[in-house]
Write a protein that binds this ligand. Structure first.
Ligand SMILES: O=C(O)CCC(=O)C(=O)O
Ligand SMILES: [Fe+2]
Length: 296
């Protein structure tokens, strides 16, 4: 395998693209590296403009303007009553809005919804590409995802506003994502990965999203010949004296529904139920010392 850490200590993720619905890695060893790292870079399609998403990241927390229906603002106060996720002021620098995909058109600006829908299709193609590489048989994929292709799994967006003026805390604390896959769009560096026991800043690949693989994938493939890593990642504290005062990111997450079982292959390749995904998530939140979503 080619080296993934450069002279400055930056981690280079393998790069890939989706062409006609298929995930293709740019280098021969890219797919293996992606499974081992639990992360890769995915080209932003040429005709996709991510600007409405970044604009939303920079305004969703602003108070709504009375008498207007500007859905770019006002999400701190909005209870998002139909969502089981919603707005959260976290103990790190991030304030976060999480909304399930079926609620995007209700709560978000039209152009943000359109962008997220396209990113969702891309994430689904990437997920199926990783299933191919990891050797997950086609006939099991709907079972383990709860019907990702039929839109009956869990898909949501996370919108992150990193507040550099909140000091003495991480940007976002170290964690793995709980589902299968997360597609991340951000406006500046800061994303780090725990690689061979050391935190490494990830080198920016212009024109690419970052893709994370998560716990549901790790559990599923742990005993298979090509196990998938659930990548441990974080963003360290942002300083208010930095060039940019705030950092923005938004993501598409796909995982099992909370009422589903996680699955795991035995070494002989047979598929078994592992643990309820809600129980798994509650246990994980206890270990990491945070509150699990109160509405789930
Ligand atoms: O902002 C980033 O680069 C990462 C965000 C993240 O890890 C998350 O939303 O789970
Ligand atoms: Fe994450």
């Amino acid at each position: 395998m080619t080296t993934v850490v450069d002279n400055e200590g930056h981690l280079h993720l393998p790069t890939a693209r989706v062409t006609a619905g298929r995930l293709l890695f740019d280098a021969a060893e890219g797919a293996d590296q992606a499974l081992a790292l639990g992360a890769f870079c995915l080209a932003v399609p040429e005709d996709l403009d991510v600007e409405p998403g970044l604009r939303f990241c920079r305004s969703f927390y602003e108070p709504a303007e009375p008498g207007t229906a500007d859905r770019y603002r006002g999400h701190r106060e909005d209870g998002h009553a139909d969502s089981k996720l919603g707005y959260e002021d976290r103990p790190d620098q991030v304030e976060q809005l999480q909304l399930e995909s079926h609620l995007w058109s209700r709560y978000l600006p039209e152009e943000v919804t359109a962008l997220l829908e396209r990113m969702k299709d891309l994430t689904l193609d990437a997920l199926y590409g990783v299933f191919d590489v990891a050797g997950i048989p086609e006939h099991d994929r709907e079972t383990v995802t709860g019907g990702a292709r039929q839109d009956t799994g869990l898909c949501y967006t996370t919108v992150n506003h990193y507040r550099a003026d909140l000091s003495d805390r991480a940007g976002i604390v170290e964690h793995s994502d709980s589902g299968f896959i997360t597609l991340i769009c951000t406006d500046q560096p800061g994303y780090e990965i725990l690689h061979e026991g050391r935190w490494r800043p990830v080198r920016e690949e212009p024109g690419h999203f970052v893709v994370n693989l998560g716990d549901a994938f790790r559990v599923l493939t742990r005993k298979l010949p090509r196990p998938v890593t659930a990548v441990y990642h974080r963003v360290p504290e942002l300083r208010p004296d930095g060039a940019a005062h705030h950092r923005s990111s938004f993501t598409i997450y796909m995982g099992p529904r909370y009422d589903m079982m996680l699955h795991q292959y035995a070494a002989d390749g047979t598929l078994h139920e592992y643990q309820g995904f809600r129980d798994f998530s509650v246990e994980k939140s206890k270990k990491l010392g945070y509150e699990f979503h109160s509405r789930i």
